[in-house]
Design a protein around this ligand. Structure first.
Ligand SMILES: *[C@@H]1O[C@H](CO)[C@@H](O)[C@H](O)[C@H]1NC(C)=O
Ligand SMILES: *[C@@H]1O[C@H](CO)[C@@H](O)[C@H](O)[C@H]1NC(C)=O
Ligand SMILES: *[C@@H]1O[C@H](CO)[C@@H](O)[C@H](O)[C@H]1NC(C)=O
Ligand SMILES: *[C@@H]1O[C@H](CO)[C@@H](O)[C@H](O)[C@H]1NC(C)=O
Ligand SMILES: *[C@@H]1O[C@H](CO)[C@@H](O)[C@H](O)[C@H]1NC(C)=O
Ligand SMILES: *[C@@H]1O[C@H](CO)[C@@H](O)[C@H](O)[C@H]1NC(C)=O
Ligand SMILES: *[C@@H]1O[C@H](CO)[C@@H](O)[C@H](O)[C@H]1NC(C)=O
Ligand SMILES: *[C@@H]1O[C@H](CO)[C@@H](O)[C@H](O)[C@H]1NC(C)=O
Ligand SMILES: *[C@@H]1O[C@H](CO)[C@@H](O)[C@H](O)[C@H]1NC(C)=O
Ligand SMILES: *[C@@H]1O[C@H](CO)[C@@H](O)[C@H](O)[C@H]1NC(C)=O
Length: 449
């Protein structure tokens, strides 16, 4: 199929793109870093009857609460916190690992947690307003607007509001205002905050960073739409995962200095301390760390049991479920695949099925299935080659990137929210980029046009 038909054909459904973002200390995930007096790295253990927490400090691994299940954890300066499974309770530990319950409500459940420095912010399952922040174990503020996600850094917190605008607040009001203004006019899918900077993916899939640039931490490397996901922002550095192979790319200060060993590893999720970064490996769910501030390179991997690649949740997943989800969660909940490109499918405006790929009968027992229903999950699973027309032949290396670019562009075209579909200008730019990638090769793509 030609690139333009690919766009038109797939421009029938699909939607939102929400990246898993771990800002300083992390946000709502299963690996957390606490810094300050001592570095403590914690994870939620997989495949156990209770989703318990294990921590690393000074080369030692130890459990925190043997028998209590946690959904997500996050860390900041001399503090780390966990949301108990179900979301009713937020517990925080100080450097002596003394726990303190700072939130409890059986009906107003916590859905999201982020810690930066000493500021702890959570999002409840209310609609508007829904952000609460705590400091030193006490409620320090409630925002007046509803947020879809928040991320706390050093001195300020930013979040994506329900209208996709970025709002920032915090003690460092100058940085907060500066960064918020920097994102004005962008519809954002995600946001992560580091030291004095913040980065997020905009609605057309580009990673945008704003704020302090002393270390070139906001100079995002050249990339194509939806190339990056899984951000981790440290005090002066930024890291992201490449969607294609989950390898890590870092820029800015030396807290993200990636050596050859780390460059060859695939990660499920990454999380940043002030001047180092850690990742959960795809291969065996172990945690490894790197960067100038990581002084214990003899400790890699940290010696945890297998860590969960994402929170075990009892509600249904907006996108796909992680493979082996039920054994990782011991039957108690499932792990949602990061909503790379989530399907929040409006009914398919039947586009007179444009000769669906012949293999479609294999996936649906012969029953008719729309091309979009068929293709989208496959593209999302990164198995694009499965839906390419075999008669054309497999794309060459540079063509593969072009095909991928078109696939993601197409996915985005079918966003249920009209305002977040790419404009014709965006599409033309992506088509031109794809064409540029192909030129110089004996294009099997261009030959069919
Ligand atoms: C921090 O680590 C040092 C060195 O291992 C240790 O002596 C000290 O007790 C730790 N501090 C806390 C608060 O745990
Ligand atoms: C949970 O473990 C703690 C010790 O870590 C123990 O005191 C407590 O009795 C246990 N509770 C249950 C319900 O097993
Ligand atoms: C829990 O939240 C609900 C809804 O905001 C509120 O009405 C209720 O008082 C809260 N319960 C407690 C124990 O704070
Ligand atoms: C939040 O979750 C609780 C428990 O599932 C539920 O009773 C409540 O209605 C939810 N609130 C909102 C606003 O969705
Ligand atoms: C989004 O909502 C916030 C809070 O209601 C408002 O201040 C902001 O102007 C809105 N942004 C857009 C682009 O409408
Ligand atoms: C997203 O960011 C890219 C790169 O800065 C820009 O070209 C594009 O217009 C932005 N998209 C939206 C919808 O703001
Ligand atoms: C991942 O892809 C990038 C560019 O596409 C490449 O430079 C890198 O070597 C790959 N890494 C792995 C581990 O395959
Ligand atoms: C980050 O950069 C600032 C200067 O911009 C410096 O004061 C600070 O020490 C750096 N932090 C880390 C952890 O490298
Ligand atoms: C897990 O993978 C890492 C790197 O991918 C490797 O260094 C480590 O030895 C592996 N650990 C186990 C227990 O296999
Ligand atoms: C740890 O880092 C030091 C200095 O960068 C290096 O000499 C040493 O070989 C590293 N050790 C391991 C186990 O990688």
């Amino acid at each position: 199929m030609t690139s333009s038909t690919a766009v038109i054909v797939l421009c029938t459904l699909i939607s939102i793109f929400v990246s898993r973002v771990n800002a300083l200390g992390g946000s709502a995930t299963t690996v957390a870093i606490s810094y300050g007096v001592n570095i403590t790295i914690c994870g939620i253990v997989a495949g156990q009857p209770s989703q318990r927490i294990q921590c690393w400090r000074n080369g030692q691994v130890f459990p925190v609460f043997y028998n209590i299940s946690f959904e997500s954890i996050s860390g900041g300066r001399d503090v780390f916190c966990g949301v108990r499974s179900g979301g009713s309770t937020l517990v925080c530990w100080d450097t002596q690992l003394v726990p303190k319950r700072i939130y409890y409500n059986e009906t107003l459940l916590l859905r999201h947690l982020s810690i930066g420095d000493r500021q702890i912010c959570g999002i409840t399952n209310a609609t508007d307003p829904n952000v609460y922040c705590w400091r030193n174990g006490r409620l320090s503020g409630r925002r007046e607007f509803g947020f879809r996600s928040v991320s706390s850094g050093l001195g300020f917190t930013c979040g994506v509001m329900f209208n996709d605008s970025v709002g920032c607040f915090g003690i460092d009001s100058v940085s907060a205002r500066g960064v918020q203004e920097g994102f004005a006019g962008f519809g954002m899918l995600s946001i992560g905050v580091g030291g004095g900077h913040a980065c997020g993916v905009n609605s057309t899939g580009f990673l945008i960073c704003r704020g302090n640039n002393d270390y070139r931490q906001i100079d995002v490397p050249q990339h194509s739409a939806f190339e990056f996901h899984g951000l981790a922002l440290g005090a002066n550095h930024t890291c992201a995962l490449r969607r294609r192979n989950n390898s890590v790319v870092c820029w800015g200060g030396s807290g993200g200095e990636v050596n050859d060993d780390i460059a060859s590893v695939s990660f499920e999720t990454i999380v940043a301390g002030l001047d180092f970064t850690c990742g959960l490996t795809t291969d065996n769910f172990s945690v490894v760390c790197w960067g100038v501030g990581w002084v214990r390179n003899d400790s890699n991997p940290l010696g945890f049991d297998q860590i969960l690649p994402g929170p075990c949740v009892r509600s249904s997943c907006p996108c796909a479920i992680f493979p082996q989800s039920s054994s990782l969660c011991s039957g108690d909940g499932s792990i949602c695949r990061p909503c790379d490109i989530a399907i929040s499918a409006p009914p398919v405006p039947a586009l007179g099925p444009p000769s669906p790929p012949r293999t479609s009968s294999e996936v649906n027992g012969g029953a008719p299935i729309s091309l979009v229903d068929y293709a989208v999950p496959i593209i999302m699973a990164g198995e694009l080659e499965k839906i390419l027309d075999k008669r054309v032949g497999m794309p060459e290396v540079n063509e593969a990137e072009a095909v991928e670019l078109m696939a993601y562009t197409a996915l985005h075209c079918v966003n249920s929210e009209g305002m977040y579909r790419p404009t014709m200008t965006d599409i033309v730019a992506n088509l031109e980029r794809a064409l540029g990638l192909c030129s110089g090769s004996h294009g099997s793509m261009s030959s069919s046009d």
